[in-house]
Ligand binder design. Structure first.
Ligand code: FDP
Length: 294
């Protein structure tokens, strides 16, 4: 089944149309990746040097979304403020145009992450109507989630075709994928990681949130970019990165946490806010929360 048919069968027309338009943008980003290489001289609001492709993908998605007339406002990792889109738009969008940019040079996994809301920003992630990511990898896949389930599509010459419907995390996970330097982890987090190592979970960390989470969705386990001693909120951006992935993992029967509660229930004051991010199988997240509390 093609993505368009799947969307129209399961969602209301406007949400279906928005997700389909986004999938076309991701397809074009995929095609442009080889031609948009190198660094700009600009920094984003997090002080990170923007790559040509980051900058381009950000502008491209914003312009294309404006054309749909469906989007009222947008927040992006590459924009300091809320971007006003179409007056009559009904959706608000969070965007990470190219997640895992440090993987571009070495040709490892990267992706695009999007959260879709009807509520205006600032809105906790729980208010998302849908979330999706596109993984630019050996295969290009798009995973979208609504409250009706999580589905995966493969980009082919015929378009995006359904390869997995109603994805649920495997009951018993296999992997752990953990960012940050071990010396900067809290003692509770070190203890948790030692525990999963003892239980035989295998370490697989690639340095792109989309890629690292995608393997947890398929094989089960936990992804963590933890709170660090000198950076208590960790690295990942709450609005553009952690909220959409948390929505997807929870719809797939897993859990998200900032160490204390679901990331989706975090209130926030600034678009720049970061959050410790733990996503994966419920049992592991529960053990982690208990260990961190001690
Ligand atoms: P990147 O800096 O390459 O854009 O938040 C962005 C992110 O990648 C995530 O995709 C990834 O999980 C994490 O940062 C990687 O950080 P480390 O380089 O510290 O491992």
């Amino acid at each position: 089944m093609l993505l368009k048919e799947h969307l129209l069968k399961n969602l209301d027309k406007k949400l279906a149309s928005l997700i389909f338009e986004i999938s076309k943008m991701c397809e074009l980003i995929r095609r442009e990746l080889p031609y948009r290489r190198g660094k700009t001289t600009m920094k984003n609001m997090f002080g990170e040097i923007q790559l040509v492709v980051d900058e381009w993908a950000n502008q491209f998605i914003i312009e294309e979304l404006k054309k749909t007339g469906l989007v009222k406002t947008l927040v992006s990792e590459e924009e300091a403020d809320i971007v006003k889109m179409s007056k009559n738009g009904i959706f608000n969008i969070s965007l990470d145009p190219l997640d895992g940019s440090s993987n571009i040079e070495s040709n490892n996994l990267v992706g695009t992450i999007i959260g879709i809301y009807k509520k205006d920003f600032p809105a906790p992630g729980r208010n998302q109507k849908a979330a999706l990511y596109m993984l630019y990898g050996p295969l290009d896949t798009l995973v979208y989630a609504t409250k009706k389930g999580v589905h995966e599509f493969l980009l082919t010459n015929e378009g995006f075709i359904l390869i997995r419907e109603n994805i649920k995390l495997p009951t018993k996970g296999k992997l752990y994928s953990v960012g940050g330097l071990r010396k900067d982890w809290s003692s509770g987090f070190k203890e948790f990681v030692e525990g999963v190592e003892e239980k035989g979970y295998k370490l697989r960390y690639g340095g792109s949130f989309v890629g690292d989470f995608n393997q947890i969705l398929h094989y089960g386990g936990i992804f963590a970019y933890p709170s660090l001693v000198n950076k208590p909120e960790g690295k990942l951006r709450l609005v553009s990165e952690s909220n959409p992935i948390s929505f997807i993992v929870e719809q797939a029967g897993g859990r998200s946490s900032n160490g204390k509660k679901s990331i989706l229930d975090r209130e926030y004051k600034s678009l720049q806010q970061r959050t410790p991010t733990y996503v994966g199988n419920k049992d592991l997240i529960e053990t982690l929360e208990k260990t961190l509390k001690q």
